[in-house]
Design a binder for this molecule. Structure first.
Ligand code: NAD
Ligand code: TDX
Length: 339
């Protein structure tokens, strides 16, 4: 089996590659990644020399490059993680989100139609469902919840999802979509809540909580997400959407306090800053369908996962220190200085 994993130098894609090489040592995995600011080749160094692994630096919007790769590799399955993934950046400049997340997805699917594949899998997000009110803890996103987006990021992901369903219906593309809640774990880029707070804590820097920090996210350990996608590409029904989530809702402020406690840092580092525009209040996934159909359940409890994650950031300081010493400094100043 030949599998092209796009965006495999990023957070979830790299964890998925590690999972697949371990779980399916007879598969060939080809990682296609543009290496944007969020892609990091050093993340993949432990698998770079494997005979059944190949890395190709390529933009998913580059049609001729993508077609050439399909001709060379004759992939059976495509798993598309490649995306611009940070909500705050999409508020600063939506254009690259539309280009990569929508146009890039269409290029990949055109290649699938031209060369033939057994499965195209789109890695999507719970953010396409919009948000839920804090005072209705009984409400969850199911696969039937209407798409109702808030940010340019979630709109671009929703646009891609609609295109995937259209390619399935119109052209018979054997496609599946998974919509996952917030992931956390190793190799998470330090612009996102959990790794940013860990890195700032370790550097005794202020911890910038947007607004009051009462927004709720449903956190899932990244390995559990990877296992779910492995199940969907092998056993999921084509044309279907599968929600993936951990039933693990936490308020941002409680996560930040927990990180302070784990690292022995004072809560006085917490600084409330100007809220994100259009900030979604609560995400909560109902994962009943993937549980009933494919037997998937999250295995890592948050209390254990967050300890493992913090340990990883302590043990791998060079990975994130290198990131935050470069271009990230300009990003951080622009986003947080005087906020
Ligand atoms: P990430 O930002 O860490 O990684 C994205 C990767 O895609 C990077 O390696 C980057 O170089 C690559 N990339 C970006 N544009 C590209 C292009 N035009 N061509 C080729 N490669 C390109 O993102 P992530 O957090 O790992 O998210 C992966 C996917 O999962 C995304 O589609 C995201 O929408 C989705 N998702 C993420 C989460 C989460 O909590 N992080 C939750 C649900 C869904
Ligand atoms: O400095 C911060 N302070 C803060 O309070 C940052 C970076 C975030 N936050 C808040 C905003 C959110 O309520 O923390 C929450 C989580 O923020 P992010 O880590 O940016 O994640 P989120 O916006 O929830 O989106 C994530 O989950 C869904 C991923 O980045 C998306 O790619 C995925 O689709």
């Amino acid at each position: 089996m030949n599998i092209i994993v796009t965006g495999g130098a990023g957070f979830i894609g790299s964890n998925f590659i590690f999972h697949m090489l371990e779980a399916h040592p007879d598969y060939r995995i080809i990682c296609l990644d543009k290496l944007t600011y969020a892609g990091n080749l050093s993340t993949l160094k432990s698998v770079m020399d494997k005979l059944n692994f190949r890395f190709v630096k390529l933009d998913i919007c580059d049609r001729s490059g993508v077609y050439k790769l399909f001709e060379e590799e004759k992939p059976d399955i495509i798993v598309n993680f490649a995306a611009e993934s940070h909500v705050d950046r999409s508020i600063e400049d939506p254009s690259v989100f539309l280009q990569t997340n929508i146009i890039g997805t269409s290029v990949l699917m055109d290649a699938c139609r031209k060369y033939g594949i057994t499965r195209y899998h789109q890695v999507s997000t719970d953010e396409v469902y919009g948000d839920l009110p804090l005072d209705r803890p009984d409400l969850f996103f199911t696969e039937e919840t209407p798409i109702h987006t808030s940010s340019p990021y979630s709109s671009s992901k929703a646009g891609a999802d609609l295109l995937v369903m259209a390619y399935h219906r119109t052209f018979g593309l054997p496609a599946t979509i998974s919509r996952c809640s917030n992931n956390y774990g190793p190799y998470h880029f330090p612009e996102k809540l959990i790794p940013l707070m860990i890195a700032n804590c370790l550097n005794d820097k202020p911890l910038p909580v947007y607004g009051e920090g009462l927004n709720v996210r449903d956190w899932l350990y990244v390995e559990d997400h990877c296992k779910a996608i492995d199940l969907v590409i092998h056993k999921g029904r084509v044309g279907e959407v599968y929600n993936i989530g951990g039933h693990n809702e936490m308020r941002n402020i409680d996560i930040v306090k927990l990180i302070c406690k784990e690292l022995g840092k004072p809560e006085s580092l917490i600084t409330h800053v100007k809220d994100r525009l259009g900030h979604d209040m609560r995400y909560a996934i109902d994962p009943t369908k993937i549980h009933n159909e494919l037997g998937w359940l999250p295995e890592t409890k948050f209390a254990e996962g967050i300890k493992k994650t913090i340990k990883w950031y302590l043990d791998n300081r060079e990975w994130w220190e290198e990131i935050i010493s470069g271009e990230y400094q300009n990003y951080y100043k622009k986003m947080y200085e005087g906020r």
